[in-house]
Design a protein around this ligand. Structure first.
Ligand SMILES: [Zn+2]
Length: 394
């Protein structure tokens, strides 16, 4: 697969600086691409994003050019840059190694996890992607959380063992002697990434020297995907930062709830049941109030506009519909949401309320919508003015 020593990342995945000459230039739409005589910049491929960094012109002006992305296209590695450099320009290239190292932690972690899944369950990794915050991998079979935890424990064991990760190129003739995972088309020289005892996989990506550098691997999400499962995982500092954030949220929630992590869930459950009891009581009282209110209505009442009722927000629509059943034209609920800004619910059993919309738009800059029996939206005006308008509209 790899016999080209211009790809310095295959000689040493920890090399971050190199010198090279610009060998070709390509301009496409608003993008400028350069190829170099040799490079440490890994081009996007096999789920691993392309490297970023800088190129510094050696002579005469020490100009610095940014590299936004690196891709492999038509057998050439192209560096996407922010400034055109002439063919033959000598540069010192420097990759963003912190980012590369993070990607290597993710990629090596994925190999261990996928290797164990393949050995234990026979599933194949059929999709792999690392973005700037997470990585996902897809398997052609399902795993539940219990199975995920078992694989996770074993994968982390492989990390604690700090095993050297080997890279080996095998030829077609050696091919039959090896068993390995592969998503790639087999070529002349096959590059194997070997984590003894855990995984052997054909892969073109950059990897760590030892498993211990992965730090840890943690699955944070599982979703059903194309008859199998998609897992979202974090390795290294990403996992640490994720748990730092979670702990901070837990501590803040704990302070609000006067709870510690051990009894937090119980306290939340208790509070939820208290809230639903209270909601039930409030609903009951509001219904009773509406019934009493209804009794005060004169027979043949045409319309009712309730202003700023004591109902909770989720009850406004229901209350408005309930009132509309007892009047001959329409019922409305008008609630102040800000200064000179009112929320209106209007319901009718007998009239098509859509004809009201243009009038409300013209008069009160109505922003909302609805259907024949219910309209709702925001109005700009003082509440009594709108109330008067609704009561007097022909
Ligand atoms: Zn790989």
């Amino acid at each position: 697969m790899i016999d080209d020593f211009t790809q310095l990342y295959y000689l040493d995945s920890y090399q971050s600086e190199f010198t090279a000459e610009v060998t070709a230039v390509r301009k496409e739409k608003n993008k400028i691409w350069l190829s170099l005589s040799q490079t440490c910049f890994y081009p996007e491929g096999g789920g691993q994003p392309g490297d970023r960094g800088i190129l510094q012109v050696i002579k005469p002006n020490k100009q610095v050019v940014k590299v936004f992305d690196t891709i492999w296209s038509d057998d050439v590695i192209w560096h996407q840059v922010d400034l055109l450099l002439a063919k033959g320009t000598s540069v010192v290239g420097q990759i963003d190694f912190a980012k590369r190292y993070d990607l290597m932690q993710q990629h090596s972690g994925e190999h261990i996890f996928s290797g164990i899944v393949n050995r234990e369950y026979g599933y194949t990794n059929v999709g792999f992607n690392i973005n700037s915050t997470e990585m996902t991998f897809d398997f052609d079979g399902d795993l539940n959380w219990e199975q995920i935890a078992e694989v996770e424990n074993e994968a982390n064991q492989a990390i604690y063992e700090n095993i050297p990760i080997e890279i080996r190129y095998i030829t077609q003739s050696e091919h039959d002697a090896w068993t390995y995972r592969s998503k790639l088309q087999l070529e002349q020289n096959i590059r194997l990434v070997i984590i003894p005892g855990y995984d052997t996989c054909a892969c073109a990506g950059t990897h760590l020297a030892r498993t211990g550098e992965i730090g840890q691997i943690k699955i944070i999400k599982r979703e059903s995907y194309k008859g199998g499962v998609r897992l979202t995982a974090l390795c290294g500092a990403r996992a640490l930062h994720y748990f730092q954030n979670i702990l901070q949220v837990m501590q803040s929630v704990g302070e609000v709830m006067s709870a510690n992590p051990e009894n937090l869930l119980e306290k939340i459950h208790n509070q939820q049941s208290e809230i639903s009891d209270l909601k039930f009581q409030v609903n009951k009282k509001n219904k009773a109030w509406l019934d009493l209110f209804m009794q005060t209505l004169q027979p043949k009442t045409k319309r009712i506009i309730l202003t700023n009722p004591e109902f909770a927000k989720h009850e406004w629509k229901y209350a408005c519909q309930y009132l509309s059943e007892h009047v001959s034209e329409f019922a409305g609920i008008l609630t102040s949401v800000a200064q000179s800004k009112q929320l209106l619910f209007l319901c009718s059993e007998t009239q098509d309320l859509r004809i009201m919309i243009p009038k409300l738009e013209e008069k009160f800059n109505f922003k909302g919508g609805g259907n024949a029996t219910l309209i709702q939206g925001l109005l700009q005006a003082e509440l009594p003015i709108i109330e008067k308008f609704l009561n007097e509209i022909p």
